[in-house]
Design a protein around this ligand. Structure first.
Ligand code: F6R
Length: 243
């Protein structure tokens, strides 16, 4: 694992965007695995800026997102589709047909998971997977104690995840209890993994995920077994692992 220490959120975002840009430049038709949440917003902004300057071209890029809430439609402001569209896709020249997110409104959960797994397979796997890190060590919505070997599946969200995400909903009771997520197996099959972390509140989980035992109790700890992981964290998030 390579660790890059950034000064703050802005610097972390710029470093992460540099790594994503390098991937897009080296392989213009690459498959990017994308994440939502607070962590990647700055990196997406930076990518948009470089696109607007004419330094990046997303015309052939394909994307596949980690997760989506069950029960939310694309139009719902809290859906991850809405997040991706407004924080990235609508600002760059990506072909929306080449962007993929689970369908939160799918009637048949099993069919939806199969459909998603087939898409990942047909894309030939993921070149670069971007990940944020949950306070309980979740990656995607793979919560503690789930099997490591899964591909796309439906999960019941942990209470801590529901309360962390309730900040984005008007009413905490509106936070969906279930979500689709890419599984750990699929994430581990990505050729390269980029994890971004910011803030003092992530310092403990960074330490246990990357320097503690590999255990399903801390899903992100499995990343220690991947041979090409880059961790970009700001000083606060890395404060318990490097000086
Ligand atoms: C989002 C996702 C989640 C987040 C994690 C960290 O698509 O899969 O695992 O990456 O919850 O969220 P933030 O970045 O908001 O701290």
């Amino acid at each position: 694992m390579v660790i890059y220490k950034a000064k703050d959120y802005k610097d972390m975002s710029r470093k992460a965007a540099n790594i994503i840009s390098a991937q897009v430049i080296m392989k213009p038709n690459c498959v990017l695995g994308l994440a939502t949440g607070s962590s990647p917003i700055g990196a997406y902004k930076q990518l948009i800026e470089w696109y607007e300057k004419g330094d990046l071209d997303f015309a052939e890029v394909k994307t596949i997102n980690l997760d989506e809430y069950k029960g939310l439609s694309k139009e719902s402001e809290q859906s991850y589709y809405y997040f991706m569209y407004h924080n990235l896709f609508e600002h760059i020249n990506i072909n929306l047909n080449n962007t993929h997110i689970q369908n939160g409104m799918a009637k048949d959960e099993e069919l939806e998971c199969d459909r998603y797994n087939r898409i990942i397979h047909s894309l030939g796997g993921i070149d670069l997977q971007l990940l944020g890190l949950g306070h309980n060590g979740h990656i995607g919505f793979n919560e503690p104690d789930q099997a490591f070997e899964k591909d796309t599946h439906l999960v019941e969200l942990a209470e801590s995840t529901i309360s962390a995400n309730s900040r984005l909903f008007d009413n905490p009771d509106d936070v969906p209890r279930y979500a689709y997520t890419m599984g750990i197996k699929t994430i581990m099959q990505a050729k390269k993994i980029l994890v971004i972390v910011s803030g003092e509140d992530k310092a403990d989980i960074v330490k246990s995920a990357f320097f503690g035992p590999v255990t399903p109790k801390v899903p992100a700890s499995i990343l220690q077994m991947h041979n090409d992981v880059i961790l970009v964290g700001d000083e606060a998030a890395l404060s318990k692992v490097i000086n």
